[in-house]
Design a protein around this ligand. Structure first.
Ligand code: NAD
Ligand code: DAU
Length: 355
């Protein structure tokens, strides 16, 4: 079986649902259930013995040691993290605690467990660490996209904490021989994404007739990947990735934030003409920029494409339409996650605007 951490969050839940749709290999899911973790994401697995949920912290050595001892997973996939850049600006401590100290403790537990395995199980074991393209910093308009050899230059407390975790993972391979793999992916979007991130936030606000906050002038560029394609890349890396290697994952979908928001508004105009304010683009509001806002991210995915034969299944056009349709069909999910804590966050982050 697999031990997945952070499997009640956006990408982790999509990964578990996709995995169990295609395989009978069971998953133990260790998740702290922070504001971003939501068991409703895993409701289709209610009563399914292949999914074992454990609420807890990746930094809790006693708990993780016990889980490794009891379930003896053949791989650990580490999704657990504090993931939102704006939150890392308001409160970096939690990012250091989970992303750095938590990953360190998890690695220590896994190292001790792995060291005690018989030789064949040691050779087959994998620790797959899920990371981000933000560790590479910011690109200028004509710079080549990030490759696996681009120097790390993180700019936010979030990306610095992820970079630190990547370095620890690397060091555990080089020093102790732990069979690790690291993936660095670009911006994901799709079902189950918490509406603090740009795409679900814009859909949520547009449907409510609220302003669509665009930081700065909206010309920052992100490279978007449908979450299901990220999950298929992770499966492929787990299956065939070379131990000790890192793989960049991206869909070659560079868009400015303004392009993304206009696309969302156009789809909503078509699929949901009854919103309180239309056209939806009339809600666009330029607001104060994010401090230290990275200008451009772009991924060169040549290595995973060539070595592992992975390619994304969705274009941005098909993926974004699927995503809007999912949010329209799942108003209950959105209503449940936009209660107390969410409202507190929105009033803190957008205090200078009427968003
Ligand atoms: P998310 O915030 O939606 O989910 C994170 C999950 O981790 C939540 O379920 C939360 O409860 C859990 N968690 C947090 N702290 C924990 C702890 N100490 N112990 C156990 N569980 C804990 O994040 P996401 O967007 O699904 O991102 C998942 C991973 O992918 C992260 O490592 C992130 O850095 C990485 N990543 C995200 C993106 C993206 O666009 N969202 C892109 C590339 C990489
Ligand atoms: O690149 C991968 C990263 O993508 C992941 O590692 C992070 O976990 C994930 O959160 C995401 O980071 P970003 O900061 O790029 O995503 P976010 O959705 O917060 O913002 C996307 C862009 O939209 C960014 O340029 C900031 C801008 N933005 C965001 C919000 C929330 C706005 O203009 N307005 C907003 O209200």
């Amino acid at each position: 079986m697999l031990l997945v951490t952070g499997g009640a969050g956006f990408i982790g839940a999509n990964f578990i649902l996709d995995w169990l749709a295609a395989s009978d290999e069971a998953i133990v899911n260790l998740d702290k259930l922070t504001y971003a973790g939501n068991l409703e994401n895993l409701r289709p697995l209610d009563g399914d013995a292949r999914h074992v949920f454990v609420q807890g912290d990746i930094g809790d050595r006693t708990l993780v040691d016990a889980l490794l001892q009891r379930y003896r997973p053949r791989a650990v996939i580490n999704f657990a993290a504090e993931s939102h850049v704006d939150r890392s600006i308001h409160g970096p401590a939690e990012f250091i605690q989970t992303n750095v100290v938590g990953t360190f403790n998890l690695l220590e537990s896994v190292r001790a467990h792995w060291a005690g395995l018989p030789a064949d199980a040691q050779a087959a074991f994998r620790f797959l660490h899920i990371s981000t393209d933000e560790v590479y910093g910011s690109l200028g308009p004509t710079d080549p996209p990030f490759s696996e050899t681009t120097a790390y230059a993180p700019n936010s407390p979030y990306s610095a904490s992820k970079a630190a975790s990547d370095h620890l993972v690397r060091a555990y391979h080089h020093t102790y021989g732990l069979p690790v793999l690291t993936t660095n992916c670009s911006n994901n979007y799709g079902p189950l994404q918490f509406p603090e991130k740009l795409i679900p936030l814009v859909i949520h606000n547009a449907l409510a007739g609220k302003p669509l906050p665009i930081y700065g002038d909206g010309s920052n560029v992100r490279d978007w990947l449908y979450v299901g394609d990220h999950c298929s890349a992770i499966r492929r890396v787990l299956e065939a990735g070379r131990v000790g290697e890192t793989y960049n994952i991206g869909g070659r979908n560079e868009k400015t934030n303004l392009e993304v928001v206009h696309t969302l508004c156009a789809i909503l105009d078509e699929l949901h003409p009854g919103s309180p304010v239309t056209p939806h683009a009339s809600l666009i509001a330029f607001v104060k920029d994010r401090p230290g806002h990275d200008r451009r991210y772009a991924i060169d995915a040549t290595k995973i494409e060539r070595e592992l034969g992975w390619t994304p299944g969705e274009t941005f056009e098909t993926g974004i339409r699927r995503t809007v349709a999912w949010y329209l069909a799942n108003a209950d999910w959105v209503n449940h996650v936009t209660s107390g804590e969410y409202r507190r966050w929105v009033s803190q982050n957008y205090a200078d605007t009427s968003v």
